[in-house]
Design a binder for this molecule. Structure first.
Ligand SMILES: C[S@@+](CC[C@H](N)C(=O)[O-])C[C@H]1O[C@@H](n2cnc3c(N)ncnc32)[C@H](O)[C@@H]1O
Length: 652
């Protein structure tokens, strides 16, 4: 059956079309023939499960909210093009890592079919809207106030006010929220059910972002708001020297996340372990007694760098340890323990020991019990080297200064890159083979951290990172160093980081390459006359697209059809004609599809058991209406089941 499809059709889009589609799909009984929603039917359904309908609520509103919802619902306006010369280099050929150049809203929309519910972790560090970070609202959509009023469902006056700020490079809270809402909305669709998103932010927009995320992800899916000490040396405030920022964490579905982690709680490595151990060795070298060292360590762990070692103040031949309770139970073992220091019996904890006599004797013989010279309750030794991980803390006091030295080593000047160690810390929370997405790439810290962490723990994490080709300031160091856009910085950082990791880990066999794609505008004239497509008599004699443009079309189609960028297209020769197969989709985009090609296609479908496409996509401009019909008739006139079930889609 021949179907027509317009790839980037926004003619029916409104600010709630996606939600309506979901509602119609799952609650068709709540709609009448004319498409009206019958609310009492929904009340019945909801009421059956004991849920109460509430008319009380609060919500975040701003000028531009309906426009932001419209943007979230629109199809992309661009195509996706491959950087072939980069992608065919040996290291990148098989890479599953992606760097995509373009406006992230466009990119997220392109990814939304192929990567729907497949991303485990998103980290973003968006513009904080500090007033000096250069954030201004910028989009090139050209609506009239009448159009916007109709599509976004707002009155004409409101539409005018929205257009005033979308077209005037504003940086108000409303402008920032309008920028963030559609990006978060589409990003949510990419997350797996137990996926998590981490968003760095500071006081300028933290309050707005929290409420926005409550709306997009659901308040019940809030995980934590981490406070990260930045130890800012700038004392620009008259009153309080602000030395922290935030990282908000949400999950897509808290119940699924909880279920996944019932027996495997989140854990991250303790920070600065080597430095702490080195300090202890230094104190020993200085000839301090054990008691004196313990006192020194108590002071040292008051500093943020060593906060993770609070209580790890004691050591023996095995190493550093902290003391832990041997009691803390109700009906424990009441048999007393012999204290080898006092040579007396120690007191028993009020509820008894948590371990039986045999276990306690074994622990004592192995020198795993800390006895006290004053005869107070004995404690168990918890060694640092046996407890290198801990639950992530809501106050992160480590990794405070930006990695300027690291970037200097790469000869890359960039303001405020995130700390590599902070990124590695949060990336290490989840599984080792996840896809990690960062759609505000900047200097590419997330990509660097993914590769570095893989090299350190043998993981197979993959990254997708997105950066717009934002021009660098002509007076900036970056510009002087030859980086004309931030995208060039991102690319250079990932390449240099990959090189460094390879040199430092010669045995590491993991993926240190990456593929590059970019958004590209639709060609002039393409899709200009969608209206005339309905005219069946119109004959197309082939588009004027060259091979590279047709490849771009194929890449875009592939993503649209839910096929990941890493999935290769397989060339299928149909007589002289070149078609392409990916998963169950056969693409015919070139012109010149002959009767002989059609014959070969039917023979192949008939005789080749491994050739089983479920749909054929034709690029409409390269197939005349006559040709489309021929193909449709030929395919449907065969009795072969494979052919009858084949969808034929003409796409423009
Ligand atoms: C705060 S920086 C991210 C810094 C990054 N975390 C790092 O460690 O280097 C935000 C980045 O997002 C980029 N950006 C802003 N708007 C964008 C958009 N619409 N699409 C893609 N990138 C964007 C900016 O160019 C900037 O590089």
């Amino acid at each position: 059956m021949l179907k027509k499809e317009i790839l980037q059709d926004n003619s029916d889009v409104t600010s709630n079309s996606k939600e309506l589609e979901i509602l119609k799909k799952h609650f068709s009984q709540c709609f009448d023939k004319e498409g009206n929603f019958i609310s009492h039917k929904m009340e019945e359904i909801v009421g059956e499960s004991g849920l109460k309908l509430s008319s009380e609520s609060y919500s975040l509103n701003w000028l531009g909210k309906s426009y932001a919802r419209l943007l979230a619902n629109e199809a992309p306006h661009t195509l996706i093009k491959e950087d072939k010369s980069h992608n065919t280099k040996a290291q990148n050929k098989k890479s599953q890592n992606l760097l995509i150049k373009g406006d992230n809203l466009e990119v997220l929309k392109h990814l939304s079919n192929a990567y729907s519910e497949s991303i485990k972790m998103i980290y973003i560090d968006p513009p904080y809207n500090t007033g000096s970070d250069g954030f201004v609202y910028n989009d090139d959509r050209k609506f009239t106030s009448e159009e916007l009023s109709r599509l976004a469902g707002v009155d004409i006056e409101e539409a005018r006010r929205i257009l005033a700020f979308t077209q005037s490079k504003a940086n108000s809270h409303s402008a920032w929220l309008t920028f963030m809402y559609p990006r978060l909305y589409v990003a949510r669709e990419l997350l797996k059910e137990d996926g998590v998103i981490f968003i760095s932010i500071d006081d300028n927009e933290q309050a707005q972002l929290k409420l926005l995320c409550d709306e997009v992800f659901g308040e019940e899916n809030f995980v934590a708001n981490i406070v990260r000490n930045t130890n800012s040396s700038k004392n620009q405030s008259l009153f309080v020297s602000v030395s922290h920022e935030y990282c908000l964490i949400y999950t897509k579905n808290m119940e699924t996340l909880k279920l996944k982690h019932t027996n495997k709680k989140w854990a991250v490595p303790k920070n600065n372990v080597d430095e702490y151990v080195k300090k202890v060795k230094q104190l020993q070298k200085e000839g301090l007694s054990n008691e004196e060292i313990t006192e020194e360590l108590k002071t040292l762990t008051k500093y943020p760098r060593f906060i993770d070692f609070t209580n790890y103040w004691y050591f023996d031949d095995r190493g550093l340890y902290r003391k832990d309770n041997l009691g803390g139970v109700k009906d424990g073992n009441m048999e007393p323990l012999f204290n080898p220091i006092t040579k007396k019996i120690d007191p028993v904890p009020p509820g008894g020991y948590r371990y039986n006599k045999e276990k306690l004797t074994k622990l004592s013989n192995e020198n795993r019990i800390h006895f006290h010279a004053d005869g107070s309750l004995p404690t168990i030794k918890r060694y640092l080297h046996e407890n290198m991980n801990q639950r992530p803390k809501s106050i992160m006091s480590d990794d405070q200064r930006p990695d300027y030295t690291l970037l200097q080593e790469f000869n890359i000047p960039f303001d405020n890159p995130k700390q590599l160690s902070f990124m590695q810390r949060i990336l290490s929370i989840e599984d080792k083979d996840d896809i990690i997405l960062d759609f505000f790439a900047g200097s590419g810290t997330t990509a660097h951290a993914v590769m570095q962490l893989n090299a350190e723990d043998g993981g197979e994490r993959k990254f997708i990172t997105v950066q717009i080709a934002e021009p660098t300031d002509e007076k900036s160091e970056a510009y002087k160093a030859g980086y004309k856009t931030i995208f060039e910085i991102t690319k250079a950082r990932i390449e240099k980081a990959s090189q460094k990791i390879k040199e430092e880990n010669p045995d590491f066999k993991g993926d240190l390459g990456f593929k590059i794609y970019e958004t590209t505008p639709l060609w002039d004239g393409y899709l200009d006359d969608i209206a005339t497509l309905e005219d069946e008599t119109r004959l197309f004699d082939g588009s004027s697209l060259n091979d590279e443009e047709l490849e771009t079309l194929l890449t875009t189609y592939k993503l649209h059809d839910g096929i990941a960028l890493s999935e290769a297209l397989q060339e299928v020769k149909l007589d002289e004609y070149k078609a392409y197969l990916a998963k169950e989709t056969l693409y015919c985009v070139h012109s010149g599809f002959s009767t002989q090609a059609l014959k070969t296609l039917i023979e192949k479908l008939d005789s080749d058991a491994t050739f089983e496409p479920s749909r054929i996509i034709l690029f409409g401009y390269n197939f005349s209406t006559k040709h489309q019909r021929e193909l449709d008739e030929a395919l449907s006139s065969y009795a072969n089941k494979k052919l009858i079930e084949l969808d034929l889609i003409v796409r423009y």
